[in-house]
Design a protein around this ligand. Structure first.
Ligand code: ADP
Ligand code: MG
Length: 302
């Protein structure tokens, strides 16, 4: 009997190795990623997929900005929903199994401190004049020395994956489900009880940690572009982390071994899931076929 596994696909599963996100490069990257995913499905495992969307949202934002005088720009949550659909369709076309995409909302707290301190950079770099123009329209822009100005938005903590129950129903009917792409479309609950989208992005690794128990996955695989999390990353003494306990991994995280916008969120997601009794694996896309039989990647277990 196979296991139920949630695979969170990183940027390298959806763009060329250099980050190029033209349609053909996106399609080729997804096709390549799905060959590895298919190996798991063929081995009898029940697969749930989630994915990032940074470059794709960046492309949409640029289009919004260039075309603003002709077509009204759409909000960030709309961009998120659009990328869930387009990336999802590429996945469906290349999987060749019974599969479905769920356009997914992620509930966040309107009082999340991230809203008063937006730090997540999105979209392209611009010059100071353009940045000032967008700031006058209510956006927050920040200068990155040597690179230019970039918009920053809130990255609030995911509280609940609102459409996970629909994903679960489809999985139990035998579908491979793509869910909560880009961390999910962020929504907040208004005092009236109604839901509304917000100008924010939810980290896809943080969402994966909340999604995994919601779809009753036993294993969470964080598929990225390195075969394992590493101690002393980028130093001559670097060594990969294999099987590790929650307590030991938490100590490494606290000691600052993992990049704050890259490996850090994956380690946090792995810990959060492992603490609830699951098994989390951080490894490269090429390794996911073996991620369930062991021996590859960083495996965090309670
Ligand atoms: P993804 O698109 O899969 O989320 P990220 O670039 O966000 O990819 O995260 C993976 C990257 O994290 C690696 O390519 C590596 O450059 C970086 N990284 C930072 N710290 C570490 C570490 N300690 N071990 C391994 N990789 C690390
Ligand atoms: Mg990342």
């Amino acid at each position: 009997m196979g296991e139920r596994v949630l695979i969170a696909l990183g940027g390298n599963a959806m763009t060329a190795p250099d980050g190029t996100a033209s349609p053909v490069h996106q399609r080729l990257a997804v096709e390549r990623a799905m060959r590895h995913v298919s190996a798991l499905i063929d081995a009898g495992h029940q697969v749930v997929l989630t994915h990032g969307n940074g470059p794709q949202v960046g492309n949409l934002l640029l289009k919004n900005q260039i075309a603003a005088a002709v077509v009204p720009p759409v909000p960030l949550d709309w961009c998120g929903a659009q990328t869930q659909a387009t990336i999802g369709v590429l996945v469906l076309n290349s999987l060749g199994h019974r599969s479905v995409v769920v356009v997914t909302r992620t509930l966040v707290d309107a009082a999340d401190p991230a809203f008063s301190d937006p730090v997540k950079p999105i979209g392209s770099y611009f010059g100071p004049d353009e940045a000032a123009r967008f700031e006058a329209l209510g956006e927050t822009w920040r200068e990155f020395p040597g690179k230019g100005w970039r918009r920053v938005v809130a990255s609030p903590r995911p509280l609940e994956i609102l459409d996970a129950p629909a994903a679960l129903t489809l999985m139990e009917a035998g579908y491979t489900v793509v869910v909560a792409g880009g961390g999910g479309v962020p929504v907040v609950r208004l005092p009236s009880g109604a839901l509304t989208g917000v100008e924010a992005v939810v980290d896809k690794d943080a969402t994966a940690a909340v999604l995994a128990p919601a779809v009753r996955a036993g294993v969470l695989v964080l598929a990225t572009d390195v075969p394992a999390a590493v101690i002393g990353y980028g130093t001559p003494g670097a060594r990969p982390i294999g099987r590790i306990s929650v307590a030991d991994m938490r100590a490494l995280l606290d000691a600052g071994h993992f990049g704050s916008g890259s490996m850090g969120p994956k380690v946090e997601a792995a810990l959060r899931f492992a603490e609830t009794g699951g098994r989390a694996v951080i490894t490269s896309l090429e390794n996911i076929g073996e991620a369930l039989t062991g021996g590859v990647g960083t495996v965090v277990e309670g």
